[in-house]
Design a protein around this ligand. Structure first.
Ligand code: GTP
Ligand code: PEP
Length: 219
């Protein structure tokens, strides 16, 4: 059966405020790590056959340039919070390709597998609004809508409950660990490494103090 291809909106925080929970482990490489995980996320999304376009929303010129080079379309972030950034990206998606489904994907999924994203996007076409909970079962890593349905992301904090309350369908979570593995802490990063991260994150990992951090407070 013919399947619609998606526009995926990826929000990328200004680097000076990014990945603060990994600051102790990453030290001077904190901003490099934020760019690396976003690069691996965007590159994997662009390799997914059900993705027609990736729109990055950021106010920061450094990830903007890097992610544009990978093939993303970049739009400026109005800097009024994550959900405003996502709605800005979704409005651009509708402007560029009316009638296509639009999804929001967190930027910190360095183990993302294109085939697992395909499973999610295929399932998401069955529902007006749907989402994937993060690995902890508290937050959200993907939220999407069918063409013509209002795009109402509710990311931030306990967003799994917020998306359920907003009427979005929680998609089946089996077999998609790479879509759910967001990386906020050292423990998350170690789990992503066990799944297998993309090349940008893999290149940076030897420089991070992961062994010390895993033994210490943040693990
Ligand atoms: N464009 C944009 N992206 C945001 C904003 N706030 C958060 N994000 C993105 O949303 C996702 C989740 O962000 P957070 O967990 O809040 O922040 P983080 O930088 O990953 O980590 P912490 O600093 O440790 O909270 C990441 O993809 C961020 O890049 C925002 O105001 N604008
Ligand atoms: C913003 C969210 O994620 P994080 O856990 O990265 O803060 C969220 O899950 O809604």
């Amino acid at each position: 059966m013919h399947r619609l291809r998606w526009t995926i909106v990826v929000p990328v925080k200004t680097l000076i405020r990014a990945k603060t929970r990994l600051a102790a482990a990453a030290g001077p490489y904190r901003t490099d790590l934020a760019v690396a995980v976003a690069s691996d996320t965007v590159a994997a999304a662009l390799r997914c056959p059900l993705v027609a376009r990736v729109i990055v929303v950021t106010a920061d010129p450094v990830p903007a340039e890097r992610l544009r080079t990978l093939g993303a379309h970049v739009v400026p972030d109005p800097d009024r919070g994550l959900n405003v950034a996502l709605r800005t990206g979704a409005a651009e998606a509708v402007r560029l390709s009316p009638g296509t489904p639009v999804g929001a994907l967190q930027a910190d999924l360095p183990a993302l597998r294109p085939a697992e994203l395909s499973v999610v996007l295929d399932a998401a076409l069955e529902f007006d609004q749907s989402f994937v909970p993060d690995a902890a079962g508290v937050g959200t890593t993907f939220y999407g809508v069918r063409p013509g349905v209002a795009f109402r992301p509710r990311f931030g904090g306990e967003s799994r409950a917020k998306h359920l309350a907003g009427g979005a369908k929680e998609l089946a979570v089996d077999g998609i660990p790479s879509v759910r593995r967001d990386v906020d802490t050292v423990a998350d990063l170690l789990e992503a490494l066990a799944l297998g991260v993309g090349p940008a994150t893999a290149a940076l990992v030897p420089r991070l103090g992961l062994d010390a951090a895993a033994r210490g407070h943040d693990g």
